[in-house]
Design a protein around this ligand. Structure first.
Ligand SMILES: C=C(O[C@H]1C=CC=C(C(=O)O)[C@@H]1O)C(=O)O
Length: 454
């Protein structure tokens, strides 16, 4: 039996499952994975401009792309990530799975994206595309999810990609000067001892001459930021350098980023700046708090954890970050309450999504201590972050998967394909200079601005 709608599906024909109440289907959906010849550029396969039905998780030419919506799971509230994990395990249990390839990313896959804040109307979503094409270590495959058990047909011929034309950018919730004043106020509260770190974000609204074709953005982001995860899930699009958690074959991995310096484009100067960043006590403090929060979140789920003594400097085209790669051995015997048996045959422990639920929000996007910091930012930013800075990624049928943090991103409006909101945030600590944070947020907005042609 296969999960089917408990409420009227959207008119796209997708099956909609609201949270954890899938109801049975007469004919099971079949998820079939077959090997295919190397398909070339994965992003070039995406057939249509519709951001709501276009999925991507691509880094250095490898990863997953998908289109169409075979199953949709929507969640909301504080349990939005865990509820989606539970609903996914139930959905998987009711699929018929034929996987002729058997590597991470084959079999049925759900792409997901979750709001930063528990109370956000943006909630959470998992979508199983009708078609997924993936590549990893030179192996390529196609997975189809449909009521038919037949072998998949040829890939569709993509429609031409269109550029958005002239894009105009305007202040979002706060004008720049007001945001700087809000950051200054937060610095005062930190210095008064109320909180150690608060990540302050801002939004920028965009209007484009022509409807945004998400494939245009994805192509530009992937070309300019090959080391980032170029993602598209349900209209949230971006290229994030930060991995919240990957679970693969019993191992958990996370790339924590916090502490930033802008690049100038001059190699010698950038090297000097990298050294300056590695020694900056303000950035090292910001970074340490982010690593500590990640490790605190991961520890209960791991038999062992490896945390390097010092961060390295990650070079991106727009900025450099202090970075720490944390790894852990997932405790397969640990009975996470949201881990369904389908995710832990033989005691595999919490799924990648259960781990993401446990880790979000780290101090790289919230602050320290988390409850105080998130309450302060919610008030000071004067906006709902939506799914910016929330987990974004994919999960497979065995619970393995990859979840990034939805940074360097923007959301295409659900009602107007000419409208987007872009986001960027900065870790604020006692030594922060509000004007410098504004400049840093501008540098972090650059990938999306440039992808839009700004
Ligand atoms: C919150 C963002 O970045 C985080 C990740 C890396 C460096 C950060 C920083 O230095 O402030 C932030 O913690 C963002 O890009 O919107």
């Amino acid at each position: 039996m296969t999960a089917m709608p408990t409420e009227t599906p959207r008119r796209t024909g997708a099956s909609a499952i609201h949270a954890v109440a899938p109801s049975p289907r007469e004919t099971p959906l079949v998820a079939r994975t077959v090997a295919i010849p190397d398909p070339g550029d994965l992003l070039a396969l995406l057939p249509a401009p519709d951001a709501a039905a276009t999925f991507s998780w691509v880094r250095r030419g490898e990863g997953l792309v998908g289109w169409g919506r075979a199953i949709r799971i929507e969640t909301s509230g504080p349990g939005r990530i865990r509820d989606a994990d539970v609903a996914w395990a139930r959905t998987v249990a009711e699929l018929e799975i034929v996987d002729e390839v058997g590597v991470p990313g084959t079999g049925p896959v759900a792409f997901g994206s979750f709001s930063f804040a528990p109370g956000s109307a943006a909630g959470g979503v998992l979508v199983v595309p009708e078609v997924v094409v993936g590549r990893r270590d030179g192996v390529a495959w196609m997975t189809t999810v449909s009521p038919s058990a037949g072998r998949p047909g040829p890939l569709p011929a993509p429609e031409p990609v269109t550029a958005p034309g002239v894009a105009t950018f305007a202040d979002g919730a706060l004008a720049s000067a007001d945001w700087v004043a809000a950051v200054a106020d937060v610095v005062r509260r930190i210095r008064a001892g109320e909180v150690s770190k608060v990540v302050m974000a801002r939004d920028v609204v965009v209007r484009t001459e022509r409807p945004v074709d998400v494939r245009h953005l994805l192509g530009r982001l992937a070309t300019s930021y090959p080391g980032c995860w170029t993602f598209s899930v349900d209209r949230l699009v971006g290229a994030t350098p930060e991995l919240l958690v990957r679970r693969e074959k019993g191992l958990a991995a996370s790339r924590v980023l916090a502490g930033t310096i802008r690049r100038t484009g001059d190699d010698a100067d950038d090297l000097r700046r990298a050294a300056q960043l590695a020694r900056s006590s303000k950035d090292l403090e910001e970074h340490e708090l982010a690593v500590a929060s990640l490790v605190r979140g991961l520890r209960p789920y791991c038999a062992s954890i490896n945390v390097p003594d010092a961060p390295f400097v990650l070079h991106l085209p727009n900025v450099m970050h202090l970075a720490t790669d944390v790894t852990g051995v997932v405790d397969g015997t640990f009975g996470h309450p949201s881990t369904f048996p389908a995710h832990s045959p033989g005691g595999r422990g919490p799924s990648s999504l259960a781990l993401a639920a446990a880790l979000h929000p780290t101090a790289a996007v919230g602050g320290t201590p988390t409850p105080v910091a998130t309450a302060i930012l919610a008030e000071a930013e004067r906006m709902d972050r939506g799914r910016y800075a929330g987990p974004v990624g994919w999960i497979g049928s065995d619970g393995d998967g990859e979840w990034g943090i939805g940074l360097r991103s923007g959301e295409i409006s659900p009602t107007d394909a000419h409208a987007m909101r872009l986001f960027a945030g900065c870790g604020v600590v006692a030594a922060s200079d509000p004007e410098a944070e504004l400049a840093e947020s501008e540098a972090k907005l650059r990938p999306m601005r440039e992808a839009l042609g700004g």
